[in-house]
Design a protein around this ligand. Structure first.
Ligand code: DLL
Length: 452
Protein backbone atom coordinates (compact mmCIF):
# COMPACT_ATOMS: atom_id res chain seq x y z
CA UNK A 1 0.00 0.00 0.00
CA UNK A 2 1.17 3.51 -0.72
CA UNK A 3 1.33 5.82 2.24
CA UNK A 4 0.81 9.56 2.03
CA UNK A 5 4.48 10.32 2.54
CA UNK A 6 5.41 8.20 -0.46
CA UNK A 7 3.11 10.01 -2.86
CA UNK A 8 5.07 12.27 -5.16
CA UNK A 9 3.72 15.79 -5.54
CA UNK A 10 5.16 18.55 -7.66
CA UNK A 11 4.25 21.30 -5.19
CA UNK A 12 3.36 19.69 -1.88
CA UNK A 13 2.95 23.01 -0.11
CA UNK A 14 0.31 24.37 -2.49
CA UNK A 15 -1.37 21.01 -3.10
CA UNK A 16 -1.91 20.20 0.58
CA UNK A 17 -2.66 23.61 2.12
CA UNK A 18 -5.05 23.93 5.04
CA UNK A 19 -8.39 25.23 3.72
CA UNK A 20 -8.21 28.51 5.66
CA UNK A 21 -4.72 29.29 4.34
CA UNK A 22 -5.79 28.46 0.81
CA UNK A 23 -8.81 30.74 1.07
CA UNK A 24 -6.67 33.60 2.40
CA UNK A 25 -4.31 33.17 -0.56
CA UNK A 26 -7.25 33.00 -2.96
CA UNK A 27 -8.76 36.19 -1.55
CA UNK A 28 -5.51 38.14 -1.87
CA UNK A 29 -5.02 36.93 -5.45
CA UNK A 30 -8.67 37.53 -6.33
CA UNK A 31 -8.46 41.18 -5.24
CA UNK A 32 -5.31 41.59 -7.29
CA UNK A 33 -6.83 40.12 -10.43
CA UNK A 34 -10.08 42.07 -10.09
CA UNK A 35 -8.12 45.30 -9.71
CA UNK A 36 -6.06 44.42 -12.76
CA UNK A 37 -9.16 43.72 -14.81
CA UNK A 38 -10.95 46.86 -13.57
CA UNK A 39 -8.00 49.04 -14.49
CA UNK A 40 -7.18 47.47 -17.85
CA UNK A 41 -10.29 46.01 -19.48
CA UNK A 42 -12.89 48.73 -20.15
CA UNK A 43 -15.64 46.26 -21.16
CA UNK A 44 -15.38 44.46 -17.84
CA UNK A 45 -14.96 47.65 -15.81
CA UNK A 46 -18.30 48.81 -17.16
CA UNK A 47 -19.94 45.55 -16.15
CA UNK A 48 -18.40 45.63 -12.67
CA UNK A 49 -19.72 49.15 -12.19
CA UNK A 50 -23.17 48.16 -13.37
CA UNK A 51 -23.07 45.48 -10.63
CA UNK A 52 -22.06 48.11 -8.07
CA UNK A 53 -18.44 46.95 -7.86
CA UNK A 54 -15.69 49.55 -7.90
CA UNK A 55 -12.11 49.58 -6.59
CA UNK A 56 -13.33 50.31 -3.04
CA UNK A 57 -15.66 47.30 -3.02
CA UNK A 58 -12.87 45.09 -4.36
CA UNK A 59 -10.50 46.29 -1.64
CA UNK A 60 -13.14 45.62 1.05
CA UNK A 61 -13.89 42.02 -0.03
CA UNK A 62 -13.66 39.82 3.04
CA UNK A 63 -14.28 36.37 1.55
CA UNK A 64 -13.93 34.57 -1.77
CA UNK A 65 -17.66 33.85 -1.57
CA UNK A 66 -18.28 37.49 -2.49
CA UNK A 67 -17.26 36.46 -5.97
CA UNK A 68 -20.94 35.55 -6.36
CA UNK A 69 -21.75 39.29 -6.61
CA UNK A 70 -19.82 39.60 -9.86
CA UNK A 71 -21.26 39.10 -13.34
CA UNK A 72 -20.46 36.00 -15.39
CA UNK A 73 -18.34 35.81 -18.51
CA UNK A 74 -19.11 33.55 -21.47
CA UNK A 75 -17.52 32.35 -24.69
CA UNK A 76 -19.49 34.99 -26.60
CA UNK A 77 -17.59 37.69 -24.67
CA UNK A 78 -14.35 36.47 -26.22
CA UNK A 79 -15.93 36.35 -29.67
CA UNK A 80 -17.47 39.81 -29.36
CA UNK A 81 -14.16 41.28 -28.22
CA UNK A 82 -12.11 39.45 -30.83
CA UNK A 83 -9.16 39.37 -30.96
CA UNK A 84 -7.61 41.25 -28.00
CA UNK A 85 -10.45 43.27 -26.44
CA UNK A 86 -10.37 41.37 -23.12
CA UNK A 87 -6.58 41.45 -22.70
CA UNK A 88 -5.43 43.01 -19.45
CA UNK A 89 -1.75 43.27 -20.43
CA UNK A 90 -0.24 45.49 -23.11
CA UNK A 91 0.55 43.47 -26.23
CA UNK A 92 4.29 43.91 -25.77
CA UNK A 93 3.97 41.84 -22.58
CA UNK A 94 2.18 38.99 -24.34
CA UNK A 95 4.60 36.15 -25.02
CA UNK A 96 2.25 33.77 -26.79
CA UNK A 97 -1.19 33.46 -28.34
CA UNK A 98 -3.42 30.40 -28.68
CA UNK A 99 -6.86 30.05 -30.20
CA UNK A 100 -9.61 27.49 -30.22
CA UNK A 101 -11.16 27.02 -33.59
CA UNK A 102 -14.81 26.47 -32.74
CA UNK A 103 -17.16 25.31 -35.43
CA UNK A 104 -18.54 28.62 -36.58
CA UNK A 105 -17.36 32.19 -36.82
CA UNK A 106 -14.22 33.69 -35.36
CA UNK A 107 -12.02 31.63 -33.08
CA UNK A 108 -11.59 32.55 -29.42
CA UNK A 109 -8.13 34.00 -28.86
CA UNK A 110 -6.21 33.81 -25.61
CA UNK A 111 -2.84 35.25 -24.60
CA UNK A 112 -0.12 34.50 -22.07
CA UNK A 113 2.56 36.67 -20.47
CA UNK A 114 5.86 35.04 -19.51
CA UNK A 115 4.49 34.61 -15.97
CA UNK A 116 1.34 32.98 -17.34
CA UNK A 117 3.42 30.49 -19.29
CA UNK A 118 5.46 29.67 -16.23
CA UNK A 119 2.30 29.20 -14.10
CA UNK A 120 0.82 27.01 -16.83
CA UNK A 121 3.99 24.90 -16.87
CA UNK A 122 3.58 24.60 -13.08
CA UNK A 123 -0.08 23.48 -13.37
CA UNK A 124 0.83 20.92 -16.04
CA UNK A 125 3.82 19.62 -14.06
CA UNK A 126 1.56 19.18 -11.01
CA UNK A 127 -0.96 17.37 -13.18
CA UNK A 128 1.63 15.03 -14.67
CA UNK A 129 3.07 14.29 -11.23
CA UNK A 130 -0.45 13.53 -9.93
CA UNK A 131 -0.74 11.08 -12.84
CA UNK A 132 2.36 9.23 -11.69
CA UNK A 133 4.80 10.80 -14.16
CA UNK A 134 8.32 11.22 -12.78
CA UNK A 135 11.40 13.19 -13.77
CA UNK A 136 13.27 11.06 -16.29
CA UNK A 137 10.15 9.48 -17.80
CA UNK A 138 9.77 9.45 -21.58
CA UNK A 139 6.46 11.16 -22.40
CA UNK A 140 4.89 10.81 -25.85
CA UNK A 141 2.74 13.90 -26.41
CA UNK A 142 0.10 13.37 -29.11
CA UNK A 143 -1.96 16.46 -28.27
CA UNK A 144 -1.95 18.76 -31.29
CA UNK A 145 0.80 21.40 -31.38
CA UNK A 146 -0.17 24.76 -32.81
CA UNK A 147 -2.97 27.12 -31.90
CA UNK A 148 -4.62 24.35 -29.83
CA UNK A 149 -3.42 24.56 -26.22
CA UNK A 150 -3.02 20.81 -25.72
CA UNK A 151 0.38 20.19 -27.34
CA UNK A 152 2.43 23.17 -26.19
CA UNK A 153 0.71 23.37 -22.80
CA UNK A 154 1.62 19.83 -21.84
CA UNK A 155 5.02 20.15 -23.52
CA UNK A 156 6.09 22.87 -21.10
CA UNK A 157 4.74 20.80 -18.21
CA UNK A 158 6.79 17.78 -19.25
CA UNK A 159 9.98 19.83 -19.50
CA UNK A 160 9.27 21.63 -16.24
CA UNK A 161 8.84 18.30 -14.47
CA UNK A 162 12.19 17.10 -15.78
CA UNK A 163 10.78 14.37 -18.00
CA UNK A 164 11.59 13.92 -21.69
CA UNK A 165 9.06 15.29 -24.18
CA UNK A 166 8.38 13.53 -27.48
CA UNK A 167 6.44 16.27 -29.33
CA UNK A 168 4.58 13.92 -31.67
CA UNK A 169 1.44 16.08 -32.09
CA UNK A 170 -1.58 14.49 -33.84
CA UNK A 171 -1.60 12.43 -37.04
CA UNK A 172 0.84 10.11 -38.86
CA UNK A 173 -0.30 7.39 -36.51
CA UNK A 174 1.83 4.57 -37.95
CA UNK A 175 4.95 6.63 -37.43
CA UNK A 176 3.85 7.49 -33.88
CA UNK A 177 3.55 3.81 -33.09
CA UNK A 178 7.04 3.17 -34.42
CA UNK A 179 8.35 5.96 -32.17
CA UNK A 180 6.51 4.49 -29.18
CA UNK A 181 8.27 1.20 -29.87
CA UNK A 182 11.72 2.67 -30.52
CA UNK A 183 11.83 5.31 -27.77
CA UNK A 184 10.11 3.15 -25.16
CA UNK A 185 7.83 5.95 -23.88
CA UNK A 186 6.17 5.10 -20.56
CA UNK A 187 3.49 7.80 -20.76
CA UNK A 188 1.05 8.74 -23.52
CA UNK A 189 -0.75 12.08 -23.67
CA UNK A 190 -3.63 12.27 -26.15
CA UNK A 191 -7.36 12.54 -26.54
CA UNK A 192 -9.08 9.30 -25.52
CA UNK A 193 -10.34 8.86 -29.08
CA UNK A 194 -6.82 9.20 -30.49
CA UNK A 195 -5.59 6.54 -28.05
CA UNK A 196 -8.23 4.21 -29.51
CA UNK A 197 -7.12 5.18 -33.00
CA UNK A 198 -3.62 4.04 -32.01
CA UNK A 199 -4.96 0.73 -30.68
CA UNK A 200 -6.79 0.17 -33.94
CA UNK A 201 -3.75 1.07 -36.04
CA UNK A 202 -1.54 -1.25 -33.97
CA UNK A 203 -3.95 -4.10 -34.63
CA UNK A 204 -3.96 -3.29 -38.34
CA UNK A 205 -0.15 -3.21 -38.42
CA UNK A 206 -0.15 -6.46 -36.43
CA UNK A 207 2.07 -4.92 -33.79
CA UNK A 208 2.02 -6.89 -30.55
CA UNK A 209 1.28 -4.89 -27.41
CA UNK A 210 4.48 -6.19 -25.77
CA UNK A 211 6.61 -4.14 -28.16
CA UNK A 212 5.52 -0.88 -26.56
CA UNK A 213 6.27 0.07 -22.98
CA UNK A 214 3.36 2.39 -22.20
CA UNK A 215 2.08 2.20 -18.63
CA UNK A 216 0.05 5.38 -18.19
CA UNK A 217 -2.17 7.47 -20.46
CA UNK A 218 -3.31 10.99 -19.59
CA UNK A 219 -6.39 11.71 -21.63
CA UNK A 220 -8.64 14.73 -22.01
CA UNK A 221 -9.85 17.55 -24.27
CA UNK A 222 -13.11 15.73 -25.08
CA UNK A 223 -15.90 14.03 -23.17
CA UNK A 224 -15.37 10.37 -22.30
CA UNK A 225 -17.04 7.94 -19.93
CA UNK A 226 -15.91 5.41 -17.31
CA UNK A 227 -16.92 2.74 -19.84
CA UNK A 228 -14.55 4.29 -22.38
CA UNK A 229 -11.80 4.31 -19.73
CA UNK A 230 -12.36 0.57 -19.18
CA UNK A 231 -12.10 -0.09 -22.94
CA UNK A 232 -8.87 1.88 -23.30
CA UNK A 233 -7.30 0.28 -20.22
CA UNK A 234 -8.18 -3.19 -21.43
CA UNK A 235 -7.08 -2.71 -25.02
CA UNK A 236 -3.93 -0.72 -24.35
CA UNK A 237 -3.10 -2.40 -21.01
CA UNK A 238 -2.36 0.90 -19.28
CA UNK A 239 -3.76 3.02 -16.49
CA UNK A 240 -5.93 5.71 -18.10
CA UNK A 241 -6.35 9.03 -16.28
CA UNK A 242 -8.48 12.10 -16.91
CA UNK A 243 -7.08 15.61 -17.39
CA UNK A 244 -9.25 18.69 -17.88
CA UNK A 245 -8.80 22.22 -19.06
CA UNK A 246 -9.99 24.83 -21.51
CA UNK A 247 -8.21 27.55 -23.48
CA UNK A 248 -10.18 30.41 -21.95
CA UNK A 249 -9.09 29.41 -18.43
CA UNK A 250 -5.54 28.40 -19.45
CA UNK A 251 -5.47 25.14 -21.41
CA UNK A 252 -4.81 21.61 -20.17
CA UNK A 253 -3.86 21.27 -16.50
CA UNK A 254 -6.72 23.11 -14.80
CA UNK A 255 -7.48 19.84 -13.02
CA UNK A 256 -6.24 16.27 -13.06
CA UNK A 257 -7.10 12.92 -11.60
CA UNK A 258 -4.50 11.39 -9.28
CA UNK A 259 -3.26 7.89 -9.95
CA UNK A 260 -3.74 7.05 -6.25
CA UNK A 261 -7.54 7.39 -6.30
CA UNK A 262 -8.60 7.71 -9.97
CA UNK A 263 -11.68 9.38 -8.65
CA UNK A 264 -12.26 13.06 -9.36
CA UNK A 265 -9.88 15.63 -10.79
CA UNK A 266 -7.85 17.81 -8.41
CA UNK A 267 -8.32 21.49 -9.19
CA UNK A 268 -5.25 23.67 -8.68
CA UNK A 269 -7.23 26.04 -6.49
CA UNK A 270 -4.41 28.49 -5.86
CA UNK A 271 -4.75 29.40 -9.56
CA UNK A 272 -8.40 28.75 -10.35
CA UNK A 273 -11.46 29.32 -8.14
CA UNK A 274 -14.20 26.88 -9.17
CA UNK A 275 -17.92 27.33 -8.65
CA UNK A 276 -20.86 25.17 -9.66
CA UNK A 277 -23.98 27.02 -10.71
CA UNK A 278 -27.48 26.16 -11.75
CA UNK A 279 -27.26 26.80 -15.50
CA UNK A 280 -30.79 28.18 -15.62
CA UNK A 281 -30.79 30.56 -12.64
CA UNK A 282 -27.06 31.27 -12.28
CA UNK A 283 -27.31 30.52 -8.55
CA UNK A 284 -24.26 29.00 -6.87
CA UNK A 285 -24.84 25.39 -5.81
CA UNK A 286 -23.25 23.69 -2.80
CA UNK A 287 -20.37 21.21 -3.15
CA UNK A 288 -21.63 17.83 -4.31
CA UNK A 289 -24.45 19.13 -6.49
CA UNK A 290 -24.31 18.81 -10.25
CA UNK A 291 -24.33 21.94 -12.38
CA UNK A 292 -22.31 24.12 -14.72
CA UNK A 293 -18.64 24.63 -13.90
CA UNK A 294 -17.50 28.23 -13.57
CA UNK A 295 -13.90 29.35 -13.15
CA UNK A 296 -12.15 32.52 -12.05
CA UNK A 297 -8.43 32.67 -12.82
CA UNK A 298 -6.48 34.31 -10.01
CA UNK A 299 -2.94 34.26 -11.34
CA UNK A 300 -3.42 34.97 -15.03
CA UNK A 301 -2.16 38.30 -16.34
CA UNK A 302 -2.74 38.53 -20.10
CA UNK A 303 -6.39 37.51 -20.16
CA UNK A 304 -7.85 36.81 -16.73
CA UNK A 305 -11.37 35.44 -16.75
CA UNK A 306 -13.85 36.20 -13.98
CA UNK A 307 -16.67 33.72 -13.32
CA UNK A 308 -16.25 32.14 -16.74
CA UNK A 309 -19.11 29.80 -17.60
CA UNK A 310 -17.52 26.73 -19.13
CA UNK A 311 -20.73 25.07 -20.36
CA UNK A 312 -19.39 21.83 -18.81
CA UNK A 313 -21.46 19.78 -16.35
CA UNK A 314 -19.72 18.50 -13.24
CA UNK A 315 -19.81 18.68 -9.44
CA UNK A 316 -17.29 19.66 -6.79
CA UNK A 317 -15.96 17.10 -4.32
CA UNK A 318 -14.80 18.53 -1.01
CA UNK A 319 -14.03 15.24 0.77
CA UNK A 320 -10.31 14.65 1.31
CA UNK A 321 -8.58 12.39 -1.20
CA UNK A 322 -6.50 9.33 -0.27
CA UNK A 323 -3.52 10.91 -2.03
CA UNK A 324 -3.29 13.62 0.64
CA UNK A 325 -4.02 16.60 -1.61
CA UNK A 326 -6.44 18.98 0.07
CA UNK A 327 -7.63 20.93 -2.97
CA UNK A 328 -11.17 20.19 -4.06
CA UNK A 329 -11.85 17.81 -6.89
CA UNK A 330 -14.36 17.96 -9.73
CA UNK A 331 -16.15 14.90 -11.02
CA UNK A 332 -15.46 13.69 -14.56
CA UNK A 333 -17.25 16.04 -17.00
CA UNK A 334 -20.66 14.52 -17.61
CA UNK A 335 -21.30 16.52 -20.75
CA UNK A 336 -21.19 19.91 -22.38
CA UNK A 337 -24.51 21.66 -22.01
CA UNK A 338 -24.33 22.60 -25.70
CA UNK A 339 -24.12 18.96 -26.68
CA UNK A 340 -27.53 18.04 -25.33
CA UNK A 341 -29.57 16.25 -27.97
CA UNK A 342 -33.32 16.55 -28.15
CA UNK A 343 -34.67 13.62 -30.07
CA UNK A 344 -38.42 13.55 -30.35
CA UNK A 345 -38.93 14.97 -26.90
CA UNK A 346 -36.19 12.96 -25.21
CA UNK A 347 -33.32 15.06 -23.86
CA UNK A 348 -30.03 13.26 -23.58
CA UNK A 349 -26.27 13.62 -23.83
CA UNK A 350 -24.01 11.67 -26.19
CA UNK A 351 -22.19 10.29 -23.13
CA UNK A 352 -25.37 8.48 -22.05
CA UNK A 353 -25.52 6.73 -25.42
CA UNK A 354 -21.78 5.94 -25.18
CA UNK A 355 -22.33 4.27 -21.79
CA UNK A 356 -25.05 2.07 -23.26
CA UNK A 357 -23.11 1.10 -26.38
CA UNK A 358 -19.96 0.20 -24.51
CA UNK A 359 -21.87 -2.08 -22.18
CA UNK A 360 -22.74 -4.29 -25.16
CA UNK A 361 -20.42 -7.14 -26.03
CA UNK A 362 -19.12 -7.23 -29.62
CA UNK A 363 -19.34 -3.46 -30.12
CA UNK A 364 -16.12 -1.48 -30.66
CA UNK A 365 -15.64 1.95 -29.05
CA UNK A 366 -15.99 3.73 -32.42
CA UNK A 367 -19.34 5.35 -33.00
CA UNK A 368 -21.10 8.39 -34.44
CA UNK A 369 -24.55 9.82 -33.87
CA UNK A 370 -26.21 11.07 -37.03
CA UNK A 371 -29.22 13.30 -36.50
CA UNK A 372 -31.57 14.30 -39.25
CA UNK A 373 -35.11 15.56 -39.70
CA UNK A 374 -37.59 13.65 -41.82
CA UNK A 375 -41.16 14.85 -42.25
CA UNK A 376 -40.74 17.28 -39.33
CA UNK A 377 -39.57 14.45 -37.07
CA UNK A 378 -36.04 14.24 -35.68
CA UNK A 379 -34.29 10.97 -36.37
CA UNK A 380 -31.21 9.55 -34.73
CA UNK A 381 -29.04 6.95 -36.42
CA UNK A 382 -26.49 5.42 -34.07
CA UNK A 383 -23.67 4.15 -36.23
CA UNK A 384 -21.34 1.85 -34.37
CA UNK A 385 -18.61 -0.55 -35.39
CA UNK A 386 -18.61 -4.19 -34.38
CA UNK A 387 -15.38 -5.84 -33.22
CA UNK A 388 -13.05 -7.80 -35.48
CA UNK A 389 -13.63 -10.83 -33.23
CA UNK A 390 -17.34 -10.76 -33.98
CA UNK A 391 -16.70 -10.86 -37.71
CA UNK A 392 -14.28 -13.73 -37.25
CA UNK A 393 -16.87 -15.63 -35.24
CA UNK A 394 -19.60 -15.09 -37.87
CA UNK A 395 -17.19 -15.50 -40.75
CA UNK A 396 -19.09 -12.78 -42.62
CA UNK A 397 -20.48 -9.28 -42.29
CA UNK A 398 -23.56 -8.87 -44.39
CA UNK A 399 -26.76 -6.90 -44.08
CA UNK A 400 -29.54 -9.19 -43.09
CA UNK A 401 -27.28 -11.60 -41.22
CA UNK A 402 -29.50 -13.11 -38.54
CA UNK A 403 -27.04 -12.66 -35.67
CA UNK A 404 -26.37 -9.05 -36.61
CA UNK A 405 -30.10 -8.45 -36.77
CA UNK A 406 -30.57 -9.72 -33.25
CA UNK A 407 -27.60 -7.70 -31.98
CA UNK A 408 -29.19 -4.56 -33.46
CA UNK A 409 -32.49 -5.37 -31.77
CA UNK A 410 -30.75 -5.98 -28.43
CA UNK A 411 -29.05 -2.57 -28.62
CA UNK A 412 -32.31 -0.88 -29.53
CA UNK A 413 -34.17 -2.35 -26.61
CA UNK A 414 -31.31 -1.45 -24.24
CA UNK A 415 -31.52 2.17 -25.43
CA UNK A 416 -35.29 2.12 -25.03
CA UNK A 417 -35.15 0.63 -21.53
CA UNK A 418 -32.35 2.73 -20.11
CA UNK A 419 -32.83 6.05 -21.92
CA UNK A 420 -36.37 5.91 -23.27
CA UNK A 421 -34.83 6.47 -26.69
CA UNK A 422 -36.03 5.07 -30.01
CA UNK A 423 -33.21 5.16 -32.51
CA UNK A 424 -32.03 3.51 -35.64
CA UNK A 425 -28.90 1.44 -35.03
CA UNK A 426 -26.50 0.76 -37.88
CA UNK A 427 -23.75 -1.78 -37.32
CA UNK A 428 -20.59 -1.13 -39.31
CA UNK A 429 -17.43 -3.02 -40.18
CA UNK A 430 -14.29 -2.17 -38.19
CA UNK A 431 -12.61 0.93 -39.64
CA UNK A 432 -15.79 2.49 -41.10
CA UNK A 433 -16.03 5.47 -38.75
CA UNK A 434 -13.42 8.16 -39.55
CA UNK A 435 -10.59 7.94 -36.99
CA UNK A 436 -9.85 10.97 -34.83
CA UNK A 437 -6.50 12.74 -34.79
CA UNK A 438 -7.58 15.07 -32.00
CA UNK A 439 -11.07 15.68 -30.72
CA UNK A 440 -13.48 13.06 -32.07
CA UNK A 441 -16.55 14.14 -34.00
CA UNK A 442 -19.30 12.19 -32.26
CA UNK A 443 -22.37 14.01 -33.52
CA UNK A 444 -23.26 14.81 -37.10
CA UNK A 445 -26.30 17.02 -37.13
CA UNK A 446 -27.65 17.15 -40.66
CA UNK A 447 -30.45 19.47 -39.55
CA UNK A 448 -27.89 22.22 -38.89
CA UNK A 449 -26.00 21.49 -42.11
CA UNK A 450 -29.20 22.00 -44.10
CA UNK A 451 -29.74 25.41 -42.55
CA UNK A 452 -26.41 26.73 -43.82
O1 DLL B 1 -9.29 20.91 -24.84
C1 DLL B 1 -7.61 21.83 -23.38
C2 DLL B 1 -7.10 20.47 -23.08
C3 DLL B 1 -6.07 19.93 -23.85
C4 DLL B 1 -7.60 19.75 -22.02
C5 DLL B 1 -5.56 18.69 -23.55
C6 DLL B 1 -7.10 18.49 -21.71
C7 DLL B 1 -6.09 17.97 -22.48
P1 DLL B 1 -10.32 23.62 -25.59
O2 DLL B 1 -9.97 23.21 -26.95
O3 DLL B 1 -10.53 25.06 -25.29
O4 DLL B 1 -9.20 23.18 -24.58
O5 DLL B 1 -11.61 22.80 -25.18
C8 DLL B 1 -12.13 22.89 -23.89
O6 DLL B 1 -12.99 20.63 -24.00
O7 DLL B 1 -14.69 23.10 -22.07
C9 DLL B 1 -14.61 20.66 -22.29
O8 DLL B 1 -15.88 20.77 -22.90
C10 DLL B 1 -13.72 19.77 -23.14
N1 DLL B 1 -12.80 19.01 -22.27
C11 DLL B 1 -11.52 19.29 -21.98
N2 DLL B 1 -11.02 18.33 -21.16
C12 DLL B 1 -12.02 17.45 -20.92
C13 DLL B 1 -12.15 16.25 -20.17
C14 DLL B 1 -8.78 21.89 -24.33
N3 DLL B 1 -11.15 15.72 -19.49
C15 DLL B 1 -13.35 21.99 -23.74
N4 DLL B 1 -13.36 15.62 -20.17
C16 DLL B 1 -13.87 21.98 -22.33
C17 DLL B 1 -14.40 16.12 -20.87
C18 DLL B 1 -13.16 17.88 -21.63
N5 DLL B 1 -14.34 17.22 -21.60
Amino acid sequence: MTTKSEIFMWNRQLETMARADLQALQLARLKEVLTRVYNNVPVLKERFEAAGIGLKQIEKMASVNELANLPFMKKTDLRENYPFGLFASPMNQVARLHASSGTKGKPTVVGYTKNDISNWAEACARSLAAGGVRPGDMVHNSYGYGLFTGGLGMHYGIENLGATAVPASGGRTQQQIMLLQDFGSRVLLSTPSYALNMVYTMAEMKIPRETIKLEVGIFGAEPWTEEMRAQIEERLKITALDIYGLSEVMGPGVSMECIAAKNGLHIWEDMFIPEIIDPDTGNVLPDGEEGELVFTTITKEAIPVIRYRTGDLSRLIAEPCVCGRTVRRMSRIKARLDDMLIIRGVNLFPSEIEKCLLSVEHLAPHYQLVIDRKKALDTLDIQVEVTEELIQTFGTFEDGHVELGSLTKAIQSLLKDSLGLSALVTLLKPGSIPRSEGKAVRVIDKRQQDNH
